[in-house]
Design a protein around this ligand. Sequence first.
Ligand code: ADP
Length: 440
Amino acid sequence: METSIYAAREMQLLRYGENIVQNNFLRSDLVRASQLLSSEKIIIQVYLSDGRIIYPTYDQKYSSKLSEEDLTKIGDGDNLGLRFSQRFLDPDTQLQMATVYIPLSENQVAGFPRGFISLGAPLEDLEDQVSAMQQSVFLSFFLAGIIGSIVSVLFALYQTRKIKHLQRASQEIAQGHYDVQVNTSGSDEFSELAQDFQKMADSLVSYEAEIKRQETLRRQFMMDAAHEMRTPLTTMSGLLEGLVHDMIPENQKERSLELIQKETQRLTRLVNENLDYEKIRNRQIVLKKQSLDAGELFEQIQTQLGSKASEKSDEIIAEIDGRVSIWADPDRMVQILINLVTNAIQFSDNGKIWLRARDLGDWTEIQVADQGIGIDKDQIQSIWERFYKVDVSRKNTKFGESGIGLAVVKSLVEAHNGTIDVESESGKGSVFIIRLPKES
Ligand code: ADP
């Protein structure tokens, strides 16, 4: 900074000097310039080339006091930058001066012989400027320091508040209250941390909800399973008690044993279906997929379920669009269709049941459609759940109404990487639509 103040003063003096020299001045011009610049405490002097002074006094005993080297330099026509010297204003007062020197050529200066001109200003002024500048710099640093400290303290308080907020939130979470809201505004690291924290808290809330849902499902499953087992067990227990205490007439004993056998089979089927469902869900079954002919498959279903259908005056019709092949495990495909057609028979009387197949390019579509009682719109989503029955009071156990059938069907279709949907209208009938990918 000091250097630049000195350099600025040097430039200023040189510029003044060059202006004076460039104007083809006479002694009177010089006097005017001296008077003008005296307001800025600038002193103009003119020297002969050997350094003797010829203006403002023509007193040969004063000289420029420049070194030989400087005199040679200026003799060669170069400007001399700031030189520092002492000047006696009177015998008691001496002044430190900063002076620049500019060469004069004879033809340039009408009233003077060849030499050089000097412009000097008291060093005091420059030093004052430097110290004023230093003071203002110190003041600026001081103020900046104070403002910086205040800002830092405020910022630290703001951040501390955020941390405290996070701390409180984590304590809440530690106590099991996951439903917390933290302030995530801002874009600094703490805000990012708060955003991550909020995400974590939100995940915990949804995990908690999922755990509760699973727990409800588990309880529901236990209740449903117990409920499903209670009916056959009650029947069997009553009959067995009657037999043990010989309370059943001889002619009904055989019928009772048949009933016990039927209920035992029902329980076994229930347990097996559940085990099967768990195995399919956990992908513990191995699918032996092969290309199946839809026609042959549907024929097999018609043969197996024909008599059941006739019992309810239903008719099973196969409708195939050309020759369609299905890429599936034969046993599991039969299981899927038996389940769907059994339901269709169960919920239709005196109706038609269609088994359809068509080729969709990369997929094969299989439909099981009936003209039965249909399913209400608000129940359609639930039919895939285990133990779900639209009408819980149904007593008909002829075809195994455990409510597991469709859950098993869905898992089996998904194990084949396929999809299953249902379109149904209450009172009009239902269509179950399966889409299975072709062999890839
Ligand atoms: P269930 O062993 O009781 O038949 P499912 O899982 O096979 O159990 O079916 C669940 C419920 O979906 C049934 O109880 C029934 O209410 C409804 N459902 C299934 N198929 C049909 C259908 N073809 N027509 C009408 N309702 C059906």
